[in-house]
Design a protein around this ligand. Structure first.
Ligand code: AMP
Length: 396
């Protein structure tokens, strides 16, 4: 893999695709700047070599044109403070202004381009749009692991205009290294913990994990579709009716492959989707009408944490309940703590995809696991065994 370590950026302009798709509150304050901080090592490498940096990113999901609320200008102040220099800003990521700003950039300077997705050509992977972006730099660097599974103009197509000068950044390299530790040659017992809202988002991942893991723990909203498929009563809990047959098939497959598939045995129920709802605890499959399961119960916590603590490799994707609500965070927190304990005892733990990264950050345990990925969909697709187009484009 070509990484930025193999290149001296002196007097060069590095066109770097970063993932600055950070969450903003209603006043446009950044609520989690992890993705920005994660891009600093690559940016600093170029600057300390004596090069200049041109950064391109997307933010949110604009509907095909400029939208003030998705402007990357909102992050400019914080980003400048983070780098301790005045970052320049181009109001459009392509065109004459961006070209002249890039041309006039001195070594040691950083230019941030406006949101790539203000141009629909970005997501279409348009060749001419990619060519316009390519004009801005001498070298292309992809450090946006979070979008590496997309063949967009800035993540993949642009690379062909730099046949001899394209590299992955430090973040991308680190993400791939950690994902690889789990994907191939994971120390056993290997446990995957799946949670979150939907089975349908994670079917491919679950299927591919069945060939690798010793234990597959399934919690969160997706567990209720399994419970219903097995004949249980789930009240108003999350249900994907059209996936019930698939759930049964997964249970059969797990058995055939000798995988210990562990489902919740009890659940914390609520009479409405609200932190202040009335609560109760029942066994799985015995949820009364009018109630919904919002967290795993105490017996399940015990069951799941025992499995986690005895593991040597752990992949965690998706919360065990509605952890955003204090009254329903207990299961997710207990699992996070079990992952931390296993890590202390020598296990390798990779957290990523879905909301588990947000959960582990909420509990302040980020630094006590082996690695928290910045990628959601990208990590999932990599784990499913798919090739990431953003990475392939650098290798070709
Ligand atoms: P995902 O992005 O698929 O990982 O889903 C994460 C979301 O699933 C979080 O916002 C959780 O609040 C939600 N979630 C987890 N468990 C449940 C549940 N039992 N009922 C409803 N939502 C849930």
């Amino acid at each position: 893999m070509n990484t930025v370590d193999q290149y001296n950026f002196k007097d060069k302009k590095a066109l770097i695709r970063v993932d600055f798709n950070v969450p903003l509150d209603k006043d446009f304050n950044i609520t989690d700047d992890k993705r920005m901080r994660a891009a600093l090592p690559t940016i600093n490498k170029v600057l300390s070599d004596g090069g200049a940096v041109i950064l391109m990113s997307h933010l949110g999901r604009p509907k095909g044109g400029p939208e003030q609320k998705y402007s990357l200008k909102h992050i400019l102040g914080d980003f400048s403070r983070m780098l301790d220099l005045t970052v320049k800003f181009a109001n459009d990521c392509v065109g004459l202004d961006a070209e002249s700003m890039a041309k006039n950039l001195f070594p040691g300077e950083v230019l941030l381009l406006e949101n790539l997705r203000f141009h629909p050509e970005e997501e279409k992977g348009d060749l001419q749009f990619a060519e316009q972006l390519a004009k801005l730099g001498d070298v292309y660097v992809n450090d946006a692991f979070g979008t590496a599974h997309r063949a967009h103009a800035s993540t993949t197509i642009v690379a062909q205009f730099f046949p001899k000068a394209k590299y992955v950044g430090y973040l991308m390299a680190e993400e791939l290294k950690n994902a690889e530790k789990v994907n191939h040659g994971a120390a056993k017992p290997f446990t995957a913990i799946m949670g979150g809202a939907k089975v349908s988002d994670k079917i491919l991942l679950i299927e591919s994990l069945l060939d690798k893991v010793d234990n597959l723990i399934i919690g969160g909203g997706m567990a209720y579709t399994f419970a219903k498929a097995q004949g249980g009563k789930i009240g108003n809990s999350l249900l994907e009716e059209d996936r019930m047959v698939l759930c049964l098939e997964l249970l059969v497959k797990a058995k055939a492959k000798g995988v210990n598939l562990v489902l919740p045995i009890d659940t914390v129920i609520a009479d409405k989707f609200d932190n202040d709802a009335s609560k109760n605890q029942v066994d799985t499959g015995e949820i009364p009408d009018g109630w919904m399961g919002l967290d795993i119960g105490p017996k399940t916590i015990e069951l799941f944490t025992q499995v986690v603590k005895n593991s040597k490799t752990i992949l965690w994707n998706g919360p065990m309940g509605v952890f955003e609500m204090e009254n329903f965070e207990k299961g997710t927190k207990a699992i996070a703590e079990a992952v931390v304990e296993a890590t202390k005892n020598g296990a390798f733990s990779l957290i990523g995809g879905g909301d588990s990264a947000a959960a582990i950050a909420k509990f302040g345990l980020e630094d006590q696991v082996s690695y928290v990925s910045t990628g959601g969909g990208a990590l999932l697709e990599y784990m499913e065994g798919k090739e990431l187009p953003g990475v392939k484009a650098i290798q070709e």
